[in-house]
Design a protein around this ligand. Sequence first.
Ligand code: NAD
Length: 262
Amino acid sequence: MTNTHHKVALVTGAARGIGLAAAKRFLAEGWRVALLDIERELLDQTIKAIAAPETALGIHCDVSDPKAVANAVAKVGEHFGRLDALVNNAGIAIFKPLLETTLDDWSRVMAVNLTGPFICTQAAAPLLREHGGGAIVNITSISALRASTLRTAYGTSKAGLAHLTKQFAVELATLGIRVNAVAPGPVDTAMAKAVHTPAIRADYHDTIPLNRYGLEEELAEAIFFLCSERATYITGQMLCVDGGFEATGIGLPTLRGEGRNG
Ligand code: NAD
């Protein structure tokens, strides 16, 4: 076990993308970080690239597998001796029209995006409580806010996670654990590259006043803030890091002079 004075974060889905950026943000602030991911090889490469064996621990695990998650949290306790923050970031996106979404698609998206944070939170809460509490951040999505097309399973899983955030916040406050969500707008990660077609990219620009994708680092900043000592009276909230999507109604393309003729 290493020094127990340093704060410790467990970030799920941390082998790449937003999760990796969050893990790096915690490390830069002097925290110890357990990076959990289902992709073993990718995770090994990431841990090698971080090159910080004292401070970064890779854990291969599927967040939808309760036994594996229990083992992962036990490993964090054995290795670092404490836990101060859990970031439920692991997620998958299957974008399909409603009538083409299979039951398997629906079930897997729910298992990873909604049941995963439930399992990880239940497993991690006792370890968080041991050192006086801590913070949990769930990564939802702007797809939790509006019923955009192709996102029946994904959007519903994220809307469920938004409500689960409030359920957790209300019940875990007695254990000294704050629970918030970060709702990213589009970020050009491997996930986005897989499901954002050119048409979808154009659609995003039409609904985002800042007229661009977010950066992984911009998400990491919000995640770290909500876990930090600067957010000690914030719980049960969803912070949209979305370039203004949540505030927007119709009219941006017209304002920009890109509207239809007539
Ligand atoms: P990503 O695909 O680049 O990274 C997700 C990571 O999670 C991967 O390393 C993957 O291996 C891991 N993972 C997937 N299933 C897992 C499982 N069952 N157990 C453990 N790890 C698992 O995606 P990203 O864009 O960095 O997404 C991170 C989070 O942000 C997700 O929850 C996603 O839904 C959310 N989000 C992303 C965007 C975006 O535009 N990129 C927008 C809104 C919300």
